[in-house]
Design a binder for this molecule. Structure first.
Ligand code: CA
Length: 377
């Protein structure tokens, strides 16, 4: 069997209402979908996280090399592409492009064999994954203490056992809003905070001390991703666990973060850190160091499906146990015009749990009309 075509689908859509995090405003959502076809007529789908047009250019650059290759050689293809671009792209868009290709190849393998990816990666340890709600972004108008408390309570009503709040808007405001959200959701739900590396070590520790009384599940990206020692300093100074990894890439990037135990929770994005092949390796390395793995997920249903296929095979860190610590899925609740529209069947949560898709490959079907509709013009 041979790869006969590689197509890119950069997608984009405007939002009805923009929302803000610590480093800017979202007025649009974008994604880059990879389609790989074989001479057997089967098609594999993947997704790249990052700037869609640049990701598309990267994957189009890989195209001449991929055509004619055996789609089953995922490991060799990953290393060959990585080695060809090593001098120019050990992190960032090159690896994001490679991630989308790798996911599409795994989807293909599953479809050829008639099995979901998790069956090919070790078989299921779970058939559903607990999800936390990502949202709680800033709006143009209103008091964040009020509207974020309401929004968080809504996620709890839906059944989510944990929510993640954006911080990075100034220490005093962050502390006030964190307290308001904790009050709104009560003592039994998880509350995580995410600074998107808005702070330096001094400011992050200062904020951490102020929000420690509010039982924070983790402090995500307190400092810039390049500063592993800064993460470690924050972790050491606080009783709050530290999480990071959405801006890190490949086993080589994560090796340094993990070996220094700079974080407690490792958060690779399957569509950015190197795809399913690489994220399985990162997850195994994470487990070997006794750290938790909780992927960053910010894409379409393809990204959600890829994340679920990997989460299905990750062992609990505490086996066997009356209180097993299971991996968590990030479930983005912010507006996304085509997140699930590009699937014929959306992936939903039920009381905060998401079922692992059981169909061949990623276990999803793509709606080509939606792909055309949201294509970048
Ligand atoms: Ca984040």
């Amino acid at each position: 069997m041979k790869i006969t075509e590689v197509r890119t689908h950069p997608l984009e859509a405007g939002l009805s209402r923009s929302f803000a995090y610590s480093r800017g405003q979202y007025a649009t959502r974008m994604a880059m979908v990879v389609e790989i076809e074989t001479d057997a007529g089967l098609i594999g789908w993947g997704e790249c996280y990052g700037p869609a047009r640049i990701n598309a250019a990267v994957v189009e650059h890989f195209r001449p090399f991929l055509i004619g290759q055996d789609p089953f050689r995922t490991e060799w293809l990953w290393h060959e592409i990585y080695a060809r671009y090593r001098d120019h792209g050990q992190k960032g868009v090159v690896i994001q492009g490679l991630s989308g290709v790798d996911i599409a190849l795994w989807d293909l393998k599953g479809k050829i064999l008639g099995q979901p990816i998790h069956r090919l990666m070790g078989g299921p340890l779970r058939t559903e994954v607990a999800a936390y709600a990502t949202g709680l972004y800033r709006r143009d108008a209103g008091k964040p203490e009020v509207y974020l408390a309401e929004e968080a309570a809504g996620y709890c009503e839906e059944g989510f056992s944990a929510v993640k709040l954006k911080v990075g808007f100034g220490i005093d405001e962050d502390a006030r809003v964190t307290q308001a959200v904790r009050r709104a959701i009560g003592p039994d739900r998880g509350l995580m905070v995410d600074a998107n590396h808005a702070y330096d070590t001094v400011a992050a520790i200062r904020l951490g001390r102020k929000i420690e009384p509010f039982d924070i599940g983790w402090f995500e990206e307190p400092v810039i991703p390049e500063d592993a020692a800064g993460h470690l300093a924050v972790k050491t100074a606080l009783t709050i666990p530290v999480a990071s990894g959405e801006c890190e890439f490949t086993r080589f990037g994560f090796r340094d973060l993990i070996a220094q135990r700079a974080v407690d929770i490792v958060q690779p994005d399957t569509c950015a850190a190197g795809g399913l092949s690489e994220c399985k390796k990162i997850a195994d390395m994470t487990a070997a160091y006794g750290l938790r793995y909780s992927p960053h997920v910010w894409g379409t249903g393809i990204a959600v499906a890829a994340s679920l296929q990997l989460l299905a095979v990750l062992p609990s860190l505490t086996p066997p146990s009356f209180h097993p610590i299971e991996p968590l899925l990030e479930f983005d609740r912010t507006e996304h015009p085509f997140r699930m529209k590009i699937l014929t069947q959306p992936i939903e949560h039920a009381r905060g749990k998401v079922a692992v898709p059981q169909g061949p490959g990623l276990g999803i079907e793509i709606d080509r009309d939606a792909l055309r509709h949201f294509r970048v013009r």
